[in-house]
Structures are given as C-alpha cells and as structure tokens.
Design a protein around this ligand. Structure first.
Ligand code: NDP
Length: 444
C-alpha cells in the first residue's frame, strides 16, 4: 500500500491531494505520473506539477470549431485530423427515410449514424415487419413509423425536417410532391424521376411549398472526384480534351423493378450511366451541346425485354471536349473514368463505387513518365452528402445539387435515347452551367 501510494506521487502532489483538488478521475501513466480527465484549461500542460503532464490541446469554445490536439507526426507522413465537430444531437437536422431497400438499409441509414449534422428520426415503409426491426435497431419511436398510406401525416410530425426518398425511380415524383406538401425539405435519390417533365413538376412543387430540394448525387461530394475536378478546372495538366467513362454491373433478377420500364424509366442509362453523364458535366463545369448514342439488348434475355442492357454515347462540350461514356447491365462490375489533358491524364478507378476510389495522374518529366497515386482520406460519401443538405437547411443555403441538376440530366438522357432511336446526333440546348447551384459544399 505504501509502495502504491509512493508510486502514485509526483514530485509535488499526491494522488489524494490531486483528487481533493480536482474532484476528477485520475489516470496513472506507466511512468507513475498523473493525468487528469477534463481538469485543466486548454493549451496548457498541468501547471500544478512539473511531472504531471497533460498533452497540450487547443479547445475552442462551442462545438463548431475542432479541438486541436498536440501534433506528433513529422511532415514526412500524412497528417491526421481535424477532429470532427458534430453538432449536439438536439441541434441536428432530422430525417425520415422512405423505402427500406438495399440502398436505405445497407448505406444510408448506417451512414446517418456517422453524420455530424443529421439524424434519423422516422421511417416510411410498405413492410411493417421490416420497419419494426429497423426501428428497434436504430431507436426510432413507434409513433414515427409510417406506411405509404399514412405518409402525409408526416406533416404533423415536429420531429422531422427532411424526407429522404429512396424508392424506385417512378415513385420519386409522387413522394417528393406529397412530402413538399407536408412542408418538409426533400432529399431525393438519383435518377430524380423518369422524365424531365416530372422533374419540372417536382421543382415547382418544392418551390410552391417553399421547401428545399436536393438530388443525392453523392459523387459530387466525394473527395477523390472533387480533387480531380479541381485539378481539371485549374488546368494543372493543361486543357482537358477527352473523357472516357464507364459504369457497369451485372443483374440477375428480371422481376426486380430495375428491369420494369414503368418503375425504372429505363435500363442501364438512368441507373448507372447517369454517373458518367453527371460526373463529366461536374468535372468540366460545362453542359453538352450534342449527343450521339447506341443502345443494345441481347435478344431473348428476360432481363432486357423492357429496358436496355447497354448504352454507349458521346457528348460534345462547348470548350471542345468530347466525352465517350458507356453503361452495361450484363458485364462484370467496372466503374472508372479518365480525363485526357494536353500534358497528362487523370484517372479514377472505382470512381462511382461506395468506397475505394483510386485517383491517379500521369505526366512527363524529362525522360521520365511520372505516375502518381493521389491518396485522400476516405469519407462516408452518404454521410457527407446528407450533412451538406442539413448544412443548407441550418444556414438557409441552396444545395450544391438542387432539383435543376437532376432536371438537366433527364433532358440529356432523353436526348441520348432519341439519338439511339434515330441513329443520328441530337443537339441539346445547353443550360447555363452551374447557374442554379448553391455554394460548394464544406469539406467532409
Ligand atoms: P431496392 O429495390 O433495394 O429498394 C426499394 C424499396 O422501395 C423497397 O425495398 C421498398 O421498401 C420500396 N418500394 C415501394 N414500392 C415499391 C415497389 N413497387 N417495388 C419495389 N420497391 C418498392 O432499391 P434500391 O434501394 O437499390 O434503390 C432505391 C433508389 O435509390 C432508386 O432510385 C435508385 O436509383 C437509388 N440508388 C441510388 C444509389 C446511389 O448510390 N445514390 C445506389 C443505389 C440505388 P419497403 O419494403 O420499405 O416499402
């Protein structure tokens, strides 16, 4: 006991004195010095004793600025931080998620747990048993669980600010408009709808209800894709000339809504080809003036009796860039694009996946061909995107990807289908690039 007591003593202060001085818990380091949880003001080492050491930390007041911890890594290594600055739970924007399928259960709802400005407070589903289980898993109150029939009652729920639509494409319009009429802000999955006309109605309904509308284009919030865009737009490798982009996967269930025209609105184009289309526009910051496309479906394959299997198309941009894109529902997963510039190229592998993006660049340096991996900290794309919308609501900003961004993609997809049908290029009236966007999102 005596040994223990002396081992716990620092030069000037005993464990007992320390406890009575602070009323806090005391941890003893291997060296026998004391560390006190939450005792001393920021930016100081323990002042009461030479050997009692707390690492320095700058602790700004409030929750919005990060705690800055003592640096220990050299500049040779990638630095960590900043520490996250989550909003206290009672200040977060509150979401109802509509449609508990693959995307909602596997990505969105788990991501909401990691959000810093958003939280899940309600569910809407046509499957009561599934909803009950999800509600139990994520602590959602029974009175905050709705069916599609009781959906409009969300209007009276003061614990919901935003409705997040994660339904099959053809149901987006109805649930966006009903949600707007319930007075809730709307986050809508991509593709925004199944036609440009529907998008226009959705935008008008949200405007009339004075609620915000954002389309969930997660790639526009993902750091590797954002970095590539920055390098292209800064002309780091000279002017961009050509983009090749491909997003493909393999389907097996012809009964799934993705293979029913009435529910999906199309096949590989609106589901996955949309990523190539939207990302090319995002990266260049320009709008195409002309498209030329082919589609193909293997005869007799029950997956493709209603929707296309393969779509391949080219887009001409006003600055002279041509993008060559493809999407296929009947090949092994492949999701990448490359931007060829005058003095180098930039490439993203797994570009449109949920994680694992790999950004590479290449350029000549004398006799050397220098290829570089540009490795950025991975973030949860869904959490970043959802928190962006919450930030827009908290600070009354326009979203970076508002309804008009979805509308522009639908206009272009209609031109792509028209070109494939007619077998010739189709001119498109360019939108004024980016005019409808809100400010750039905060770094995740
Ligand atoms: P799922 O088929 O996995 O889920 C859709 C859910 O919608 C169903 O589980 C069901 O939920 C509900 N639903 C209501 N009516 C119908 C109906 N008539 N037929 C089928 N389902 C119905 O689809 P996903 O989750 O893959 O896709 C949902 C949306 O998210 C689509 O718009 C899709 O394009 C988009 N998406 C976006 C991605 C992205 O990365 N941003 C990735 C994947 C999809 P319940 O039983 O609870 O009623």
């Amino acid at each position: 006991m005596e040994n223990e007591e002396s081992a716990m003593k620092t030069e000037n202060i005993s464990r007992k004195d320390f406890l009575s001085l602070t009323g806090k818990t005391v941890a003893v380091s291997a060296a026998g010095t004391l560390a006190v949880g939450g005792l001393l003001p920021g930016n100081v080492w323990a002042q009461s004793t030479k050997k009692t050491m707390l690492p320095p930390a700058s602790i700004p007041p409030g929750t919005s600025d990060p705690i800055v911890l003592e640096v220990w890594k050299s500049d040779v290594d990638q630095q960590s931080g900043p520490t996250p600055t989550p909003l206290p739970p009672d200040q977060r924007v509150r979401y109802a998620v509509v449609g508990l399928g693959h995307l909602a259960l596997e990505e969105i709802i788990p991501a909401m747990v990691t959000c810093k400005k958003s939280k899940l407070t309600a569910l809407v589903s046509g499957s009561p048993d599934k909803m009950k289980k999800v509600a139990a898993q994520y602590g959602i109150k029974a009175e905050n669980c709705y069916s599609y029939q009781t959906y409009d009652q969300l209007k009276n729920n003061k614990e919901v600010d935003v409705i997040y639509i994660v339904l099959p494409n053809a149901l987006h319009k109805e649930y966006v408009i009903r949600g707007a009429k319930a007075g809730k802000h709307i986050l809508c999955e991509k593709p925004m709808a199944i036609s440009s006309k529907e998008c226009e109605e959705m935008i008008a309904a949200c405007k009339a209800a004075q609620v915000k509308l954002m389309v969930a284009y997660r790639i526009q919030y993902e750091p590797h894709n954002r970095k590539l865009r920055e390098l292209v737009q800064q002309k780091t490798f000279g002017s961009p000339k050509f983009i090749e982009a491909s997003n493909s996967q393999s389907s097996a269930n012809p009964a799934h809504w993705r293979h029913k025209l009435a529910l999906a609105g199309g096949g590989s184009l609106p589901d996955i080809g949309l990523y190539c289309l939207n990302t090319a526009r995002f990266v260049l910051g320009e709008e195409p003036t002309e498209v030329f496309a082919y589609t193909y479906s293997t005869p007799g394959n029950p997956l493709f009796t209603e929707v296309e299997e393969l779509v391949s198309w080219q887009m001409k941009f006003p600055g002279g860039v041509i993008a060559s894109c493809s999407a296929d529902y009947n090949v092994h997963e492949s999701r990448h694009y490359r931007v060829l510039c005058e003095k180098g190229w930039l490439n993203v592998d797994k570009a449109f996946g949920y994680k694992g993006q790999k950004l590479m660049s290449a350029r000549a340096e004398g006799k050397i061909e220098r290829q570089e991996d540009i490795s950025l900290a991975e973030t949860d794309q869904f959490a970043t995107e959802i928190d962006h919308f919450s930030d827009c609501i908290l600070h009354n900003k326009r979203p970076f990807t508002p309804g008009e961004e979805g509308l522009q993609d639908h206009r272009l997809m209609e031109a792509i289908y028209q070109s494939a049908r007619e077998g010739k290029p189709v001119k498109v009236t360019p939108a004024v690039s980016g005019a409808y966007r809100g400010p750039e999102p905060e770094a995740g």
